[in-house]
Design a protein around this ligand. Structure first.
Ligand SMILES: Cc1cc2nc3c(=O)[nH]c(=O)nc-3n(C[C@H](O)[C@H](O)[C@H](O)COP(=O)(O)OP(=O)(O)OC[C@H]3O[C@@H](n4cnc5c(N)ncnc54)[C@H](O)[C@@H]3O)c2cc1C
Length: 448
């Protein structure tokens, strides 16, 4: 059982909601933490929080991937950080089960008990049972995926340049397909195409017109976050750059990287990125917390879990009533996640001090999206911007939101350097198999 004196606050997930909730708690409960009356534990498999809106720029090589993450131990220096996967939430016994770091070397699962629990495990990619998708596709939610894609896209150019006489190999390597035209998909295709076009200058045997970049979207709208008018403008802007945007089209199959679309078109593609939506984290579904029909945790407006004491939730894994648009729920985005985290932490402090909680009220102010260097689209407070002003707004807004002065400075330096020097176009794909060279030296046979 937790000690009588120390109240255990456990936060599962150290992303937007988790990190910002813990940050606010360590500020507001400074005295209680020092006196040992309260302990805050953050559990996450990663030792860092990822600032996802910067992933497309990290993939494109404008930002160093390390600079788009915030180290949890440094930022949350008065909290306890436990690296591990939460595998079970059992609120009836007030405990979560974790598979801690090192479990692949025999470290066993263990339980962590709590008095107060914050559930913020975010979301995972929502996939469909499309033949070949699990084998060939990749998502775009993590810094690892962003690094992989950058290396992969440059490697495709290497493949095409190294096989000048094999038309089929070249065509396949130079075909890049993205499925799902929300924030992540549009920003990722726009930034990576921009990078690849730039990189072509160093590949004299590749004509940039040979590359085929395609966005496949099941509905008739792209980038719904910025509204229909700006969505249409974004589609036109991408098409002017030579990116094919196929609306009302479904991916039917991708076995052995052979793409089949619902409009009847078939071709091979070396790259398939799946960004067609997200769903709440599956651990939430297996828990004993109340869920809605979309498997989100049912929350009240003050960010407590419906019908439970001492359990709170927010962000992508929670159904939070939208008090500015009654009857609906807040959208799964960073803007709500950060603001909900602040309110959630304040409500925990209110509960600890026997004060009344306050509801979460925040009207969505709009969205900004980067579409490559000096290109963007924005709709903020009804003000619609495109091109350079939107791109500038996208950068300044996200820079202001990036946690820690250290990271803000490093990102500014990355941008400044990229204004003076061309992008790096080195593929470090070998990072995925770092022992290959040594195993070869030690005599193991490899397929090379
Ligand atoms: C590429 C991309 C671009 C985006 N751009 C924008 C944008 O421009 N504007 C905007 O408003 N929103 C944007 N979003 C959405 C925004 O990032 C999310 O809405 C936000 O991160 C949600 O916060 P969260 O805390 O709910 O989840 P997350 O930030 O995803 O945090 C979940 C945390 O849970 C951890 N976790 C996962 N499994 C376990 C486990 N088993 N045990 C313990 N911990 C676990 C994860 O490691 C992670 O740290 C973007 C998303 C992506 C992917």
């Amino acid at each position: 059982m937790p000690s009588q004196r120390t109240k255990q606050i456990v936060i599962v997930g150290g992303g937007y909601v988790g990190m910002y909730t813990a940050l606010r708690l360590q500020k507001r409960l400074r005295g209680e933490l020092r006196r040992g009356e309260v302990a805050v534990t953050v559990i996450d498999p990663q030792s860092y929080m990822t600032y996802q809106p910067f992933l497309p720029e990290a993939a494109a090589g404008n930002l160093e991937p390390r600079h788009v993450v915030a180290p949890l131990r440094k930022v949350l220096n008065r909290c306890r950080i436990v690296n591990g996967f939460v595998t079970r939430i059992d609120n009836a016994s007030k405990r979560v089960t974790i598979r801690p770091a090192g479990s692949n070397h025999g470290v066993p699962e263990r339980d962590v008990e709590y008095d107060m629990l914050v559930v913020c495990l975010g979301s995972i990619s929502r996939t469909l049972p499309i033949p070949g998708l699990a084998e060939c596709g990749i998502g775009f939610k993590t810094v690892e995926e962003a690094i992989f894609l950058r290396n992969h896209v440059i490697h495709q150019l290497d493949i095409a340049a190294s096989n000048p006489n094999d038309e089929a190999v070249r065509k396949r390597a130079l075909t890049f397909v993205f499925v799902g035209a929300g924030f992540a998909g549009i920003e990722a295709i726009a930034e990576l195409e921009d990078m690849a076009r730039d990189a072509c200058k160093w590949y004299p045997t590749i004509d940039e017109e040979e590359m085929r970049w395609m966005m496949v979207e099941a509905t008739d709208r792209i980038l719904p976050e910025v509204g229909p008018e700006m969505g249409r403008w974004t589609a036109e802007a991408l098409r002017r750059r030579g990116i094919e945007v196929k609306m009302n089209t479904l991916l039917k199959s991708t076995e052995k990287r052979h793409i089949v679309l619902s409009d009847g078109e078939e071709f091979d593609a070396g790259t398939l990125v799946w960004t067609a939506g997200v769903k709440p984290h599956p651990v939430v579904k297996e828990s004993d917390l109340p869920l809605d029909d979309k498997s989100r945790i049912k929350c009240t407006a003050d960010l407590t879990v419906e019908g439970l004491d001492g359990v709170y939730a927010a962000g992508d894994n929670a159904a939070v009533p939208d008090l500015t648009d009654t009857g609906d729920f807040t959208a799964p985005n960073a803007q709500h996640a950060v603001r909900q985290a602040k309110r959630l932490a304040d409500n925990i402090v209110a509960d600890l001090r026997g004060k009344p909680r306050k509801p979460y009220v925040h009207a969505y102010v709009g969205s900004v999206a980067g579409l490559g260097l000096h290109k963007g689209v924005a709709n903020v407070y009804g003000l619609k911007l495109r091109g350079l002003p939107a791109w500038f707004m996208h950068r300044t807004y996200h820079l202001s939101r990036m946690p820690t002065v250290n990271r803000k400075f490093r990102i500014t330096m990355d941008w400044t350097l990229s204004a003076f020097f061309r992008r790096e176009i080195v593929s470090l794909g070998e990072l995925e198999s770092p022992r290959q060279e040594f195993e070869l030296a030690a005599g193991r046979q490899h397929d090379i």
